[in-house]
Design a protein around this ligand. Structure first.
Ligand SMILES: Nc1ncnc2c1ncn2[C@@H]1O[C@H](COP(=O)(O)OP(=O)(O)OP(=O)(O)O)[C@@H](O)[C@H]1O
Ligand SMILES: [Mg+2]
Length: 227
């Protein structure tokens, strides 16, 4: 299994209350498999994705990526595994506006020991060509359309050659046609590279593109296809 999450529990503690978000989530994702997660707003989909990807530590349960436990060690270990093995795509792109698209793409490759700048730049430019942004490499994010920014974010997610892509409503800010183009590109690149994909979406049409669909409800995942 590329991703194995067991008995995940996550509760947010507020001043006078607590919000139980994940209440025993189990999920296994094989190499090259695509999984969609749907659920109402506030169900905890983003929390789950962050927990699966090492961005938000659960109170209980375990996550293994390629057999390596994410949360057993220190935060530093978790960060190292995350940056090496996982690429994130967010609804609102999360590109740094002051940097060029090329710099944005190679930024995740700068953490830890890394090849020289020249090599990283070539890698970023190759990825930008693959997402159809070769001409825009020196532009800054505000000069790009939403679809172009999300394609740059796809290139950034791939820069460390991860085994897993976690995408949180990657088309949420895009019109239907542009969204579909981004998704087609995401699936094509994932397939060519044999990547696993876990995608949160509100769109049943996009969810159906994945090999399995789960609904997050009452803090747990339910197989949506068999309901
Ligand atoms: N850092 C936080 N502190 C406190 N509560 C939080 C925090 N993050 C999320 N929550 C709460 O946890 C619940 C789940 O939030 P989450 O963002 O995971 O939902 P979601 O399913 O992604 O919703 P949406 O579809 O609107 O993006 C919500 O009730 C939210 O208010
Ligand atoms: Mg969300």
């Amino acid at each position: 299994m590329l991703l194995s999450a067991k008995h995940l529990f996550k509760t947010y503690l507020l001043a006078h209350s607590e919000i139980r978000v994940l209440q025993g989530v189990n999920l296994e994702v094989a190499h090259g498999e695509t999984v969609a997660i749907i659920g109402r707003s506030g169900a905890g989909k983003s929390t789950l994705l962050h927990t699966l990807g090492g961005l938000d530590r659960p109170q209980a349960g375990s996550v293994e990526i390629d057999g390596v436990p994410l949360y057993h060690g220190r935060q530093k270990t978790c960060n190292a595994i995350r940056s090496k093995k996982i690429g994130f795509v967010f609804q609102s792109y999360h590109l740094l506006p002051e940097m060029t698209i090329t710099e944005n793409v190679l930024l995740p490759a700068l953490s830890g020991p890394h090849p020289p700048w020249r090599v990283l730049r070539e890698r970023a430019l190759t990825l930008l060509a693959q997402v159809g942004l070769a001409e825009r490499a020196e532009h800054k994010p505000p000069e790009l359309s939403g679809g172009e920014q999300q394609r740059a974010a796809l290139a950034r997610a791939l820069v460390n050659d991860p085994g897993l892509i976690l995408a949180d409503e990657p088309t949420g800010n895009l019109d239907a046609v542009t969204g579909r183009q981004v998704i087609d590109l995401l699936f094509k690149l994932s397939k060519v590279r044999g990547l696993s994909l876990v995608m949160v979406t509100h769109s049943p049409d996009l969810a159906r593109l994945c090999s399995r669909v789960f609904e997050l409800r009452d803090g747990r995942l339910f197989d949506f296809m068999s309901q």
